[in-house]
Design a protein around this ligand. Sequence first.
Ligand SMILES: Cc1cc2nc3c(=O)[nH]c(=O)nc-3n(C[C@H](O)[C@H](O)[C@H](O)COP(=O)(O)OP(=O)(O)OC[C@H]3O[C@@H](n4cnc5c(N)ncnc54)[C@H](O)[C@@H]3O)c2cc1C
Length: 388
Amino acid sequence: MATPKKVLILGGGTGGLIISNELRKLLSSGEAEITVVDRNERSEFRPSYLYVAFGYREPHQVSLPLSLLERKGIRFVQAEVQGIDAANRSVETSVGTMDYDILVVSLGAETVDIGYPSPWELNLALKTREALAGFKGGTLVVGIHSNPYRCPPAPYETAMLAHFYLETRGLRDRSRILIVSTMKRPFENFGPLAAKMMSQMLEEMGIEHIGVGGSPAITSIEDNVLEAATGERIKFDAAFIVPPHRAPKPVAESELVKNGWAAARNPAHGDFRSEKYDDVYVVGDVVAPNVPLGMAGTILHSYSPYVVSNIVADVKGVSIGQPTFRVFGTCALDVGGFGMAAACDFTPFVQKKKPYPDCFFLPPAKPVRIFKEFFEKMYFAWLLGEVP
Ligand SMILES: Cc1cc2nc3c(=O)[nH]c(=O)nc-3n(C[C@H](O)[C@H](O)[C@H](O)COP(=O)(O)OP(=O)(O)OC[C@H]3O[C@@H](n4cnc5c(N)ncnc54)[C@H](O)[C@@H]3O)c2cc1C
């Protein structure tokens, strides 16, 4: 019997979990040994960082141990990935060198700590919670430092949740909430209709918006004064700043990189092999800016079947072909007691046939908020077999 192929997956976040789970269903242990490597012991559901920041969840409720993968026949190694040598099919880690037949790089994006809280990392979400608890009124800024960043709509969700939070504590009348954004108009990446809808919602909530229409949006933050790239200076009492994002170091220093991010061969048609190496796939946030697509787990989920079927074909040596490529994403926002959602087909956008994705929207309603909570539970039940 042939030795099983070594499929090595770097990153146990959304991409690593989806790809490893789907591959395990299609490949027997005789066909492939599947290994996931992550520096962290637990995998986190990033969309729920907002719930941690606003006190609806504790960290252990938005994460689960990656060792749960072992129950599914997927090996987990907790280690820091230090280097990727694609020419020699090897990966340097803190526990030694690992070789592979097929490599999947789903290391996500790394944030640069600029000393301000925001729900973009779990530790920063806890600091956001502390800052909210100490906020007794004044000016609260939600700022986007620069593009790209995880989940483009989430800063707007943060501002709307802050509005709800302050209102329920009787502090809203004494507070100004202001968004400083890289977008000229809120939600403009979803098209003019979305921008109009979101502008109206912000107006109704009394949330101000400084749309820079460029990156970086923030040129300096010092002594409680934020300077936007438009030249406006805002004195604030609390600031939640989405930090700058970059490719993780082992990717940035590898041959897989182009313009600072991983590069896929023909992602607009579903080919997420690295530009240079047939046996390396690059998925998720680490490749998103080069596709170009927003950094979103649902988008990654929508194209994962194309990646999985290519890997299965590589391992088995047969292919049954692929359906026409489609890529889409959903974003459920909690806007304080209510939820709203955008669902977009990005296919015509990534294939450069349209300037915007085709989107439809679910306006604020209670059931959409329930859908958001359900989504979190489903994510863990599906990928790690438990609900935290
Ligand atoms: C506040 C917020 C709200 C969001 N809301 C939504 C939403 O509503 N809908 C949506 O679709 N998406 C949303 N997202 C985005 C979504 O979480 C990401 O797009 C998704 O997690 C990307 O998956 P990934 O596998 O590329 O990277 P990640 O999930 O970030 O996983 C990367 C993994 O690699 C590991 N890693 C990185 N470097 C190393 C290293 N050197 N060594 C070892 N391990 C390493 C990390 O520990 C991590 O586990 C949101 C994100 C945030 C922050």
